[in-house]
Design a binder for this molecule. Structure first.
Ligand code: FMN
Length: 196
């Protein structure tokens, strides 16, 4: 089997950070990079090869369409259940415009349900990590957001998802300003038990 530079790969994995829209410069990410991210997403592991990931990519005028849709959907649903918050509405309307691209992340349920739903969600998460790492390798900022309308039934059709499918959030992309984002993890030894 082919070997790869594990030092580089470990560095890429450990230095990958979520970078948020206020940290984007406003410059546009090259389409070829977005295409490479999507191609790499497509090579995620998938039980029974169901390939459940589905993406809708918004850029340019598309970002405004997404912003309008999510703000109005939020307004409609939250008015109905009396939870409307004007600050949240404004944020849903404005935040997408800070991004270069936004990739809506969907999970398409296999018609025959040949694998449990959780495995399809897991496969999509692997696909998203492939995008995260590809973006990082190119110096592109991104983050997976699961707020707003992510779990609204009313949102699914806009992303070509049916009732059995799931919207899992949005990957925001942008060229970072000069930022050095930090994160932290508890030591791996606190989460592993070796049985030898
Ligand atoms: C499934 C999932 C959903 C997430 N949703 C949000 C979100 O809604 N808002 C947010 O600020 N970050 C979200 N994040 C990103 C996390 O905040 C981020 O991964 C965490 O802070 C660790 O930072 P790092 O990615 O730079 O290591 C999400 C991450 C995952 C995996």
């Amino acid at each position: 089997m082919e070997r790869y530079n594990t030092d580089e790969i470990s560095k890429l994995i450990r230095n990958r950070r979520s970078i948020f829209p206020p940290q984007y410069s406003g410059k546009i990410v090259k389409k070829e990079i977005v295409e490479e991210m999507l191609e790499n997403a497509n090579w995620a592991p998938t039980h029974k090869l169901t390939e459940p990931w589905r993406f809708t990519v918004f850029s340019g005028e598309g970002l405004k369409k997404l912003a309008d849709f999510q703000a109005e959907t939020y307004k409609k649903v939250s008015m109905e259940n009396d939870t409307f918050n004007a600050t949240k509405y404004d944020k849903l309307l404005s935040k997408p415009l800070l991004a270069s691209h936004i990739i809506a992340i969907g999970m398409k349920r296999d018609e025959k349900n040949i694998v449990p739903e959780i495995e399809e969600i897991e496969a999509v998460a692997c696909a998203v990590q492939n995008m995260y790492l590809t973006a990082t390798a190119h110096g592109i900022g991104c983050y997976w957001g699961s707020g707003g309308i992510t779990y609204f039934e009313e949102a699914k059709a806009f992303f070509d998802l049916g009732p059995e499918d799931r919207l899992l959030g949005f990957m925001y992309l942008g060229i970072p300003k000069d930022v050095t984002p930090k994160s932290r993890r508890n030591p791996i030894k606190t989460k592993v038990r070796w049985v030898e």
